[in-house]
Design a protein around this ligand. Structure first.
Ligand code: 5CA
Ligand code: ZN
Length: 411
């Protein structure tokens, strides 16, 4: 499907350092070393409701990675899915009495507009689950050929024991896996399964649910096989980074890796990076809990998307944190102050700030460290704590492209 329009990104005259990210599987930082284009897959939305600040935080996190790689001189191949058919989408459509296809299209379009407003670089391939059904079928056939799928009534299951590396992505013990599998869309208690952790790859047709023809009977794709199929088709072999929120560590990314590894015999990803969860009113912001702050609602109340972006960048992507309205108003003031300092043209020396910003982002996407460097520059330039420093006559011209290219802030 169509992605959104790419913002213009300035080319920097200085190169950023090699990029390190936290890898869940290694439980520590790894320095990425893309061999050819850097391959990035970021799990996309399930489009049954508008983009909330938790989503935006996760997509901005991986946008920082995309930008850091580009600034380090890499070409980037970035792929994202849209889960445009799945249980939560169908349930919502039924509950509110709208056609599921229309609901998915409408919310996907709103997501595009939100991402564009936030200056998130679009994926090179933005791929829906429905349009990928032939890819899903082909991947299930490869798994079948490897003896890794079996039937329970009309549904096909993936045998997690078929992947010798199963469990190496999340590193969770079995008890944790069983608990999370039950909480996050799995069916550990279904009779007839070989292992309670085995997941559905093809769900046989149910009354009042959409279904497609396949060699395994009419039905629809399971969730995990969707991402594995889209990633393998659009990225080829092992990707550099699989990204998503930390609620996808298990079962989603473990199962995607399992499917792909059994089919190809190669590791699915070199690193698995996970963004923290943004909460609101004491709980994880989620569609099912309904405690949402929508990006589009803020934009409709005339909030500058750059202030939303800055409010999110103030937190490290791996942190779990709580959104408050106050954070937004602080960011609105910060953007105004940064703009007034940059409008002066001259300012405190900019070169060290550029070095610090690029270094911070290459060091596990440390946006709070980068924005702190800018705060210090703004304070020195405006003379907040004493005499204004205007010793660098080109300061703003040096900083503006870096703010844009590295942080996605166009000021
Ligand atoms: N379609 C699947 C992924 S294939 C899905 O999880 N969709 S989603 O709409 O529920 O979430 C989209 C992305 O936002 C995922 O990466 C998810 O981890 C992330 N996300 C969801 N809620 C939050 C939150 N409260 N804070 C941070 N990230 C979140
Ligand atoms: Zn996914």
């Amino acid at each position: 499907m169509r992605a959104w329009t790419a913002p213009e990104v300035p080319n920097l005259s200085v190169a950023g350092p090699a990029v390190a990210v936290h890898d869940t599987a290694a439980s520590g930082l790894v320095t990425t070393a893309p061999d050819g284009p850097a391959k990035l897959y970021v799990c996309g939305i399930t489009p049954y409701d508008a983009t909330h600040l938790g989503h935006a935080n996760t997509y901005i996190a991986f946008d920082l990675l995309n930008r850091a790689w580009r600034n380090a001189g890499h070409e980037v191949r970035f792929v994202q899915n849209v889960t445009d058919v799945d249980d939560p989408l169908l349930e919502r459509a039924t509950k509110v009495g709208v056609d599921w296809v229309e609901l998915a299209q409408r919310e996907t379009e709103l997501f595009r507009q939100d991402m564009q407003a936030l200056r998130v670089l679009p994926p090179d391939a933005f791929v829906g689950a429905v349009e990928s059904i032939p890819l899903v079928i082909a991947l299930i056939e490869r798994l079948q050929a490897a003896g890794a799928v079996y039937k329970v009534e009309d549904d096909l299951y993936f045998s997690v024991t078929a992947d010798p590396a199963f469990g190496e992505e999340s590193r969770y013990d079995r008890e944790t896996m069983l608990a999370l599998f039950g909480e996050r869309g799995g069916d550990p208690d279904r009779p007839g399964k070989k292992d309670p952790l085995d997941c559905v790859v093809w769900r046989g047709e149910r009354p009042d649910e959409p279904a497609w023809e396949s060699p395994f009977g009419r039905g629809r794709p399971g969730w995990h096989i969707e991402c594995a199929a889209i990633a393998l088709d659009n990225l080829g072999g092992t990707m550099d980074v699989q990204g998503g929120g930390s609620d996808l560590v298990f079962p989603h990314h473990e199962m995607c890796a399992g499917h792909a590894q059994v089919a190809t015999g190669a590791p699915y990803a070199r690193a698995y990076a996970h963004a923290g969860m943004v909460g609101y009113d004491g709980e994880k912001m989620s569609k099912s809990r309904g405690n949402l702050v929508f990006v589009s609602a803020l934009r409709n109340s005339d909030i500058d998307p750059m202030a939303i972006r800055l409010a999110l960048l103030r937190h490290h992507y791996r942190a779990d944190w709580e959104w408050t309205d106050d954070l937004l108003w602080v960011a609105v003031d910060d953007v105004a102050r940064w703009r007034s300092a940059l409008a002066l043209g001259a300012g405190a020396p900019a070169e060290p700030v550029v070095t610090e910003v690029l270094a911070a982002l290459a060091d596990d996407l440390d946006a709070p460290r980068a924005t702190a460097a800018l705060d210090a520059w703004v304070a020195a330039t405006l003379g907040t704590d004493g005499l204004a420093d205007t010793s660098d006559s080109d300061a703003a011209a040096t900083l503006l492209p870096v703010l844009d290219a590295a942080l996605g802030l166009s000021l």
